[in-house]
Ligand binder design. Structure first.
Ligand SMILES: C[S@@+](CC[C@H](N)C(=O)[O-])C[C@H]1O[C@@H](n2cnc3c(N)ncnc32)[C@H](O)[C@@H]1O
Length: 263
């Protein structure tokens, strides 16, 4: 952990609520904390995805990777092993499982993941609601091919991977969708692209939609992106879990609120 991230974590820790729901007056947030965040039930999917992750983490096969976004903090070369991608790019198990529980709880019918990598988190998202229509975007061809292989191996039939730079694929995918119920923004962690992706998906949000923004403290640019996004006037509720930020749009919440919750 770098020094700035450590300082940000301490600030977040001191200003966040304890993750047990004490003192949280919003019934929706209380329900989120007790039934989603702290749901300790074990799901079979967890074993399947984590077995895949472990296998990939040990894979020393190298592939060429085009850097289309903010790149990696762990590698400056274009040749990467599958193992290093699996260890560094995918959301860790704790957050993959949380995304699974969110989809399981709120049952979004349409899901968009911006940034597939090897498909580990895609599997969590898509298997939590197998009747959902899941679209996932990836620009690095070698990585995308591996992800598609994983979807086939794990018999994931509700996922469509769209290959190409988000600059071209995102507008095309959105043009063909009337509504988006769940969005996971997890690629190209820079200020302007992140705001751009948020602004593009916004018109497809319904009152029940959810957006999850990854790595909101990853850099000064991502902190600024999160600050601007969560203050957008259509956002009714934001939840900061440090590693990810979650946005809800339901106007029935009446008062807009920002929470930071320890997880
Ligand atoms: C952090 S990884 C995604 C991890 C994945 N969501 C998971 O948790 O398993 C981000 C991915 O976005 C891709 N990416 C970044 N910028 C992109 C762009 N402008 N167009 C297309 N793909 C991009 C990268 O190649 C990388 O594979």
């Amino acid at each position: 952990m770098n020094i700035q991230l450590f300082i940000d974590y301490i600030k977040y820790y001191l200003s966040s609520s304890n993750g047990k729901g004490h003192g949280v007056h919003s019934p929706f947030v209380f329900d989120f904390i007790t039934n989603v965040l702290n749901n300790k039930k074990h799901y079979y999917t967890y074993d399947q995805v984590e077995a895949l992750r472990q296998k990939l983490a040990e894979d020393r096969t190298t592939i060429e990777v085009e850097d289309l976004g903010a790149g990696s903090k762990h590698s400056s070369t274009n040749t990467r092993t599958i193992g290093s991608i699996a260890r560094n790019a995918a959301k860790p198990p704790k957050f993959g499982k949380l995304l699974f529980r969110m989809v399981n709880q709120y049952q979004p019918a349409t899901i968009l993941e911006v940034g597939t990598s090897l498909g580990i988190t895609t599997f969590y998202l898509a298997s939590a609601n197998r009747s959902a229509n899941v679209v996932t975007l990836e620009g690095a061809e070698g990585i995308a091919k591996k992800a598609v292989q994983h979807f086939d191996q794990l018999d994931l039939q509700n996922v469509r991977l769209v290959l190409g730079n988000f600059d071209t694929t995102l507008p095309k995918v959105l043009a063909a969708m009337d509504q988006l119920d769940f969005v996971f923004l997890d690629g190209n962690h820079r200020l302007a692209p992140t705001l751009n992706y948020f602004n593009q998906v916004l018109p497809r949000m319904s009152t029940q939609s959810i957006i999850v923004v990854d790595d909101i403290y990853w850099s000064a640019e991502m902190k600024e992106a999160w600050r601007q996004i969560k203050s957008h006037n259509s956002v009714m509720l934001s939840i900061d879990l440090f590693s990810i930020g979650i946005l809800f749009f339901n106007p029935s919440f009446k008062v807009r609120q920002d929470f930071a919750i320890r997880f």
